[in-house]
Unconditional design. Structure first.
Length: 214
């Protein structure tokens, strides 16, 4: 596989990285969670410039699948898909929560790891990762729910774990992919993990802007 890899995640803010020979050589992290459409193209251009490579040198693309809110996640996956199609290179998907598990180095602990990220509406996205597993391997989730309810569920199951909640970055997402690639478990699945309905719903038939049409 070509040694130049583009990694994109928009499960939170906009994060883009370039890997060369399995190492992150450039990364951009933008924390705004509402302007993915405005920032993704510029971020890709900038990270390629920082890595001193051209789009033609990219040999594969990796994208975070979420879970995440609808709009931001859709924009990141669409950008990764368009880039991969335009270059004619393979596209791979990674569960975004895996990046947090990788950053927390779950393999160094004898406890399972509960990863949570903000899902808005007073909820969290979460997954419980096996202790000692590398690449990270979820044993429960990904799912979404009220944090108190999630903790109650895990307590009722008699599970012992430590918690982690941190922003997802393309650098750690790329490291997850490198570990998956080395283990032969990389995936071409890029279906987004929304886990619930979009915040904005289309108007029902017979309405205009949410109001009945006579």
């Amino acid at each position: 596989m070509n040694r130049h890899r583009l990694v994109i995640d928009t499960s939170g803010g906009t994060s883009v990285a370039v890997f060369v020979d399995g190492e992150c050589v450039a990364e951009i992290n933008q924390t705004d969670t509402m302007k993915h459409a405005e920032t993704i193209g510029v971020a890709i251009q900038q990270v390629l410039a920082d890595a001193k490579i051209t789009p033609k040198e990219i040999g594969s693309v990796v994208v975070g699948r979420g879970p995440a809110p609808f709009t931001g996640l859709r924009i990141g996956i669409a950008a990764a898909t368009a880039f991969a199609l335009g270059r004619g290179v393979p596209l791979f998907g990674v569960v975004s929560l895996d990046a947090v598990a990788m950053a927390e180095r779950a393999s160094e602990s004898s406890e399972e790891l509960l990863v949570t990220t903000d899902a808005r509406r007073g909820e969290v996205y979460w997954a419980l990762y096996a202790a000692g597993a590398m690449p990270p391997r979820a044993v429960r989730g990904p799912s979404v729910g009220k944090q108190a309810a999630v903790l109650e569920e895990l307590e009722a199951a008699g599970l012992h774990y430590r918690g982690a909640s941190a922003p997802v970055t393309a650098a750690w997402l790329g490291k997850v992919f490198e570990a998956q690639l080395a283990d032969g478990v990389e995936s071409r699945e890029v279906t987004p993990l929304y886990l619930r309905e979009a915040d904005a719903a289309a108007p029902a038939a017979g309405t205009q802007f949410g109001k009945p049409v006579n």
